[in-house]
Design a protein around this ligand. Sequence first.
Ligand code: PBG
Length: 325
Amino acid sequence: MTTFPAVRMRRLRGHLRLREMVRETRLTPSDFVMPLFIRPGRGQRKPIGSMPGQFQVSVDRLKEEVKELRARGIPAIILFGIPSRKDARGSGAWAPNGIVQQAVKAAKDAAPELLVVTDVCLCEYTDHGHCGVVDDGQIDNDRTLPILERAAVSHARAGADVVAPSGMMDGAVGAIRRGLDGAGFRETPILAYAAKFASAFYGPFRDAAESPPRFGDRSSYQMDPANADEALREIELDLAEGADMVMVKPALPYLDVVRRGKERFGVPMAAYNVSGEYAMIKAAAERGWLDEKKAILEVLTAIKRAGADLILTYHAREASEWIGR
Ligand code: PBG
């Protein structure tokens, strides 16, 4: 192997233009999916305390939001609903005129070419805050499946372009695929939250979506952060059940899983740069402890470099402003 002094790695680092030309990973706004929180009422744009720069908006204010995102070149949003009423079975999740169903219609109306993804889960809609039906203090997997199926079909009916089951119930992808096919939505893709870890980094989201579990935690259904082989099995199973794209979540602490998943399966991979990852940067930047713009672009580049094709991130708006179209 030729080495120093014939080889000098620094030669390609000396000139800005050359550095740009040999750059391996390039972010574009079209990498991003922007998560949005929808709350009941009219004229609302309520700041989320633990996520500076993020808001819960009412359906009527969603139009301006999505137009602005489109203007910045962001191709897609994922919607989370905060219903005015919660119950034990999470019936708000599949109500034909539920909060997310209304939001989907409004978003498609305001920006028809924007891709609208919906999160299919019960936690925002159940009074106990768990992602499935609770029976005797346990989360009942199989009784949850028909409800998820119903929710996904109601989202597709409202006009959702992609549905994204996030509850980590076994068999959810298969149930949703059968439900969608049976209802005539054979072409609606499923983005499965395949490897979703029981993570501390969801903290601010539970604030934003008003969905913390009332008892216990989610470790009987979300994955142990220590397990990567198991994550690959989750991905494999979701693909076998009919997932079109798979997600790893959170992103930063699990970039090894993104990389291994991409290499093993070669399917479109998404990574969710979650609320806690966002909040950490915002909090440190507020204190002047890091350069906010550089930190954000470094994080997003790293997620893409690891193998993510889609990046779900609350930074979508600011990052696309910085990188241009
Ligand atoms: C569950 C769901 C969660 C997130 C997305 N979908 C939270 C959870 O499992 O507690 C977290 C997203 C984030 O932290 O940004 N419906």
